[in-house]
Design a protein around this ligand. Structure first.
Ligand code: NAD
Length: 333
């Protein structure tokens, strides 16, 4: 069986996913949802999409009556994920939603509830959860090759351009760098350590108050404490290019990855030597594996379901609270 997917939001990442899906065996792009008729036309031609599988943001509830679409992949600005995922669920289709799944944990929980009620699956676009170098480090950790894990460092950032883009608009982005790129360091801390944090502290710094308005964070550092005794120290920023590094250390050994979450080849080494896993197109592998999860009930090594998305949102809520109050926040995920 093949997972027949419609993409909602034909922007830069939607385009990347569509291209990558051309190499999938178990997933196929069959439909689009867009507010721009000219883009729909282009995509129809390029991907051979029939008129009856094309929708806009007003009429996409009608996808309910379309037996030729199994799932919708929501790839729109962050603030739209919550209402759009709930509408897709009500239309009875499985949903894949981009990160961050929503603007806060409350929204995320509502999305999980709506999908449960509609009996559809909800997955979050955590492409790193399928990436071979990442999975090898997780395998080594589980096999005890680093010993008891005590420290993780995650550094994620890029220098953001155009000040008018939605990523710098609080209403559409729900925050700043943490929502967009810092989430990789946070999510990475959780899958590299293999536990969920029990406390968080955070500090925000802003050098450009014009570009980064109230509620849009430029740089946030955060620290997480884990039940097994490990600590994580992370940095999220919109002001530095080529910041993409993970470092994990245990009592016996280490793993280091740089780049650690970018699209390009992930590179890394451990105390045992260089990591030599296959280089893959992240989005092709992700869609192939997600088709397996939705159609065959396959279980991923690191979860990509809505509950996983909510756990990150709970920590992000706490990071913002900690940065604002200066206090250490206790967490229960
Ligand atoms: P983008 O701006 O390139 O595309 C967003 C699309 O949404 C555009 O086509 C735009 O027309 C459409 N849109 C619909 N309603 C809109 C509205 N009200 N305002 C603005 N645009 C609207 O953004 P992108 O980089 O494709 O990001 C989209 C989502 O994908 C974000 O949630 C982002 O975090 C996520 N993303 C994930 C990854 C990843 O590696 N997993 C990478 C990039 C982006």
């Amino acid at each position: 069986p093949v997972l027949r997917v419609a993409i909602m939001g034909l922007g830069s990442y939607g385009t990347r996913v569509a291209e990558a899906m051309q190499s999938c065996k178990k997933a196929k792009l069959v439909g689009v949802i867009s507010g721009t008729p000219s883009k729909i036309k282009d995509w129809q031609q390029k991907y051979n999409i029939p008129e009856k599988n094309c929708y806009n943001y007003e009429n996409f509830d009608k996808i309910k009556d379309n037996p030729d679409i199994d799932a919708v992949y929501v790839i729109t600005p962050n603030a739209l994920h919550h209402p759009q995922v709930i509408r897709v669920a009500k239309a009875g289709k499985h949903v894949i939603c981009e990160k961050p799944m929503a603007l806060n944990a409350k929204e995320g929980q509502e999305m999980v509830g709506a999908c449960k009620k509609a009996n559809v699956k909800l997955l979050v676009g955590y492409r790193m959860h399928f990436e071979p170098h990442t999975l090898e480090v997780i395998r080594m950790r589980n096999a005890g090759e680093f010993g008891k894990i005590l420290f993780f460092q995650g550094l994620c950032g890029f220098r953001i351009g155009d000040p008018t883009q939605w990523r710098l608009n609080r209403q559409l982005a729900g925050g700043g760098s943490l929502m967009d790129i810092g989430i990789y360091a946070l999510n990475g801390a959780r899958y590299m350590i293999g536990e969920d944090p029990v406390w968080v502290t955070a500090q925000e710094t802003k050098t450009d108050h014009q570009k980064f308005k109230e509620g849009v964070d430029e740089t946030i550092q955060f620290q997480l404490g884990f039940p097994g005794g490990a600590v994580a120290s992370c940095l999220s920023t919109y002001s530095m290019n080529n910041l993409d590094k993970f470092f994990l250390n245990g009592e016996k050994g280490f793993a280091e990855m740089q780049p650690s979450t970018g699209y390009g080849p992930i590179k890394g080494r451990t105390n045992k030597g260089e990591l030599k896993q296959p280089i893959v197109v992240h989005q092709t592998l992700q869609m192939e594996e997600m088709a397996g999860i939705i159609l065959e009930g396959k279980q991923p090594v690191v979860p990509v379901d809505g509950e996983e998305g909510v756990r990150d949102l709970k920590v992000m809520d706490a990071i913002y609270e900690a940065a604002k109050s200066g206090k250490k926040i206790a967490l229960k995920l």
